[in-house]
Ligand binder design. Structure first.
Ligand SMILES: [Zn+2]
Length: 83
C-alpha cells in the first residue's frame, strides 16, 4: 500500500512558465483540516519540498507539462495512478 498523490502545479501567472513543473503532493488526510485545491485553505507540500500557498496551486487530473524531477526521483516510495 502506498499513499495516494496529487499532481499539482502552480496556477498560470503565479510563477514563470519554467517553474510550472508538475509536483507530486501527498493527499492530505481527509480527517484532518479540510483542503480544497483551487480554494486551497492551507499550504500543500510536495515530495520535493515545494510549498504551495493557498490559491497558488492547481490540481491536475492527468499528467500535463513537465514533471518535477526531484518529485519523480522520490516516487519510488509512492505511486500515482496513470503516471
Ligand atoms: Zn517537486
Amino acid at each position: 500500500m502506498s499513499d495516494p498523490l496529487w499532481m499539482v502545479r502552480f496556477r498560470p501567472g503565479v510563477v514563470g512558465e519554467r517553474w510550472r513543473m508538475v509536483h507530486l503532493v501527498p493527499v492530505p488526510d481527509p480527517a484532518a483540516i479540510p483542503v480544497t485545491v483551487g480554494d486551497c485553505v492551507r499550504v500543500l507540500l510536495a515530495l520535493c519540498g515545494q510549498q504551495f500557498a493557498p490559491g497558488e496551486a492547481e490540481l491536475l487530473s492527468r499528467q500535463a507539462g513537465a514533471p518535477c524531477e526531484v518529485c519523480l526521483a522520490l516516487l519510488e516510495h509512492a505511486s500515482v495512478e496513470g503516471w
